[in-house]
Design a binder for this molecule. Structure first.
Ligand code: DQA
Length: 145
């Protein structure tokens, strides 16, 4: 049966394309969704691609993923560095999670070096731009096989 990935994008990622393109690139979130969708279907996976600026909504989605999805790919945006609630939600569900960042968070300001997502993730992909989302699909395919 085709397995399903919940892709969660956090705050401000809806602005991709116009938001600091020198850091985050010129592609929009819809561009990334289309590329990720094509990659997923080539590996017999489906994606449910979402974005929210609200921490609580993201927590709800993670809780619901337990029954609805086989894996989670998450770029939590700035909530990466602040959200114990998202970490706890990811730890509470046994759905495997891959953490993605467009920019290399370790090359940036000190406050971006710590991730609350990482302790709950199988691994992190950071610094490869939108390609990181495609790498995450490969990682999920491997984890689920
Ligand atoms: C980001 C990195 C975060 O530090 C930042 O707050 C973002 C995007 C990235 O994809 O590089 O919103 O997660």
């Amino acid at each position: 049966m085709t397995k399903s990935i919940l892709v969660i994008n956090g705050p401000n990622l809806n602005l991709l394309g116009t938001r600091e393109p020198e850091i985050y690139g010129a592609e929009t979130l819809d561009d990334i969704k289309d590329k990720m969708s094509a990659k997923a279907s080539s590996l017999d996976l489906t994606i449910d691609f979402r974005q929210s600026n609200t921490e609580g909504e993201i927590v709800n989605w993670i809780q619901e993923a337990r029954d609805a999805h086989d894996a989670i790919v998450i770029n939590a945006g700035a909530l990466t560095h602040t959200s114990v609630a998202i970490m706890d939600a990811l730890l509470a569900v046994d759905t495997p999670c891959v953490e993605v960042h467009l920019s290399n968070i370790f090359k940036r300001e000190e406050f971006r070096h710590h991730s609350f997502i990482s302790p709950a993730a199988v691994g992190m992909i950071t610094g490869f731009g939108s390609v990181g989302y495609l790498m995450a699909v490969d990682a999920v395919s491997d984890i689920l096989s």
